[in-house]
Design a protein around this ligand. Sequence first.
Ligand code: C5P
Length: 204
Amino acid sequence: MRFTVAIDGPAAAGKGTIGRAVADAFGFGHLDTGLLYRAVGARVLRGERAEEAALALTPDDLAHPDALRTPDVAQAASKVAVIPEVRDALLEFQRAFAHRIGGAVLDGRDIGTVICPRAEVKLFVTASAEVRARRRMDELTGRGLEADYDTVLADVRARDARDADRATAPMTAADDALTLDTSEMSAEAAIAAAIAAVKAKRGD
Ligand code: C5P
């Protein structure tokens, strides 16, 4: 059985939480595609050229996801993500994952529009920049990293602008996506809405 759930939206809106919960509920695989861009960004911070870094990625690059979940790597990721050759290099891996037998959930910025335009379920998960900055702060401090609200908010806004305004595969909701604004929604309510959308499509 192939079944693809595409989840897009800006940083810290809740895509990962919802994506993991949907994958667990249905036994689907889950791919956080942001990690691919972060892994390329991390290689660039170590002095590699972005296009070459994207072609050279191996599973080892993704073996320590927490090391990629830092503000510096996030900014580097959104800078390499504007380069069409980088996006091209990562496309086939994402499509193959989306078509895996047993079902797949992918979260990112262009899943419903470019990677899987025929995904059975598309969600666009968003929230205000302030709420997202607060969540990212809590996540960073929870992991023992230093974080200052104004800096995190500025980072979120800079990344939103770069991701939404780029020429290739900009972050945008697909026409047929269900939008979930999680600004004032609990994680449980957002997860329930996502699961209901999958069940409705599957005819469960
Ligand atoms: O989702 P996450 O915040 O980890 O993504 C890091 C960066 O990778 C984003 O700011 C975005 O620039 C880029 N990205 C992308 N397309 C995706 C996933 C992430 O351009 N499908």
